[in-house]
Design a protein around this ligand. Structure first.
Ligand code: 3SL
Length: 232
């Protein structure tokens, strides 16, 4: 039976073998939720980059750009990181260069894996179904916040563990812990996360509706996979 493991923050990624595994990168608030939304609404592909400078460079080559730092849209780019901006005609058929505080960096750090998939509550059942067909060991990499643990990404890992139970063996305590947390939170994710640091950070920036949107399950069926430099 393939194994399922969870890396709670990108700072711990050096502890895990990536080769031979499918990595699911998750940044519930909001990067991977926004990527899933954009691709579901006709965005053709996404080039995730770690730095603003890389994103600026790609802008010079004519790509649509998106940049977020500390929850805010960075100046000089086309889009920020709100999923609602990715439902517009502006994104249809486009290639987007995107950088966010944690999510895009976590994707780049995971590149050595056999495959990198973007997961969110918005596509959690489709991701689970995809992983089941792959029959490979899986590592969920939580984007966290600036190297630190966060609850919402861990809850996604737990939700995935619940869906994969029986088809995957839980590799260690991180998976068990995530599954336990999700069991405690699943009836009301919003309430469970009300004191979570990034929920409070976004609320302080008056970013409210994005939170409820990103906590919805199975709105989309798209499963973004990294192919070379592109999430498609
Ligand atoms: O950290 C990230 O990658 C972002 O998703 C953070 S935010 O939700 O846009 O503030």
């Amino acid at each position: 039976m393939p194994l399922l493991d969870v890396c709670f923050t990108p700072e711990l990624i050096h502890l895990y073998a990536l080769k031979g595994r499918v990595v699911v990168v998750v940044d519930i608030l909001r990067a991977t939720s926004t990527m899933v939304t954009g691709l579901a609404h006709g965005l053709e592909k996404i080039i995730p980059v770690s730095t603003l400078a890389e994103c600026q460079q790609l802008a010079k080559h004519g790509y649509l750009t998106a940049a977020e730092r500390d929850g805010k849209k960075a100046d000089g780019f086309d889009l920020g990181n709100s999923p609602f901006s990715y439902m517009e005609d502006l994104v249809k058929g486009k290639t987007l260069a995107m950088t966010t505080t944690n999510g895009t960096h976590a994707i780049r750090l995971s590149e050595a894996a056999d495959q990198v998939v973007a997961g969110a509550f918005l596509n959690v059942s489709s991701v689970a179904a995809y992983l089941t067909t792959q029959q490979k060991d899986v590592l969920v990499v939580c984007a966290g916040w600036k190297g630190k643990f966060n609850l919402e990404d861990t809850l996604f890992a737990g939700a995935l563990a619940h869906k994969l139970q029986g088809n995957f063996e839980f590799e260690n305590d991180a998976t068990l812990a995530a599954a336990h947390l999700y069991a405690a939170a699943q009836n009301d994710l919003m309430e469970y996360l009300s004191k979570a640091s990034h929920v409070q950070r976004l609320q302080n920036l008056h970013i409210i509706k994005d939170i409820a949107f990103c906590l919805q399950q199975d709105v989309y069926e798209v499963v973004p996979v990294l192919e070379g430099n592109y999430l498609v």
